[in-house]
Design a protein around this ligand. Structure first.
Ligand code: ADP
Length: 153
């Protein structure tokens, strides 16, 4: 059987404990998980791509099955490029579900060989979002309970 490779796509601006939890829980399902840092021209980022990549590498340095890559363009094209047949996503709320459902269906329509796998967030982590973490950083607040060790403003 060919290797089961999943892409966990996102901006990771910055990576949070919620992201980390989803990726680690995905480990038993896949041979390899690529955390894909997508580039979206419409977004203004708080952290540079280099910094976001550095944080993710640091968080998963203990786990050889998890790799980090940057990409631009459609996630399904990136999946095809690297031979990934799965996209891994986390679900926090029903709002996440509605948003994710549409993206997963569009992706599947564009690339039938790619399926999206969802993992429901840990209740204790479902309030965490990169957006709120960035807001806290903007006002010099303490983000340490929301992000993995080593992620600092
Ligand atoms: P983007 O920055 O592209 O909007 P996100 O960083 O919001 O992407 O999310 C990437 C993936 O991680 C999504 O599937 C999202 O649902 C999931 N995710 C984000 N925060 C959490 C969390 N606290 N718990 C579980 N999943 C999460």
């Amino acid at each position: 059987m060919s290797k089961r490779i999943a892409v966990f796509p996102g901006s990771f601006d910055p990576i949070t404990k919620g992201h980390e939890n989803i990726v680690r829980r995905g480990l038993p399902l896949f041979d390899e998980i690529i955390v894909g840092i997508g580039y979206n021209t419409n977004k203004n980022y708080f952290f540079s791509q280099e910094r976001r990549e550095y944080f993710i590498k640091k968080v998963f340095e203990d786990e050889p099955k998890i790799k980090v890559a940057r990409y631009s363009g459609l996630t399904v094209n990136f999946c095809k490029e690297i031979g990934a047949n799965f996209i891994l996503r986390g679900l926090r709320t029903s709002a996440d579900y509605e948003f994710e459902r549409a993206i997963a269906q569009m992706n599947h329509a564009m690339a039938p060989e790619v399926d999206t796998v969802f993992i429901v967030s840990e209740p204790a982590l479902s309030h965490i979002s990169s957006t709120i973490v960035r807001d806290i950083l903007l006002y010099q607040g303490d983000i340490s309970s929301f992000v993995p060790k080593g992620v600092t403003g």
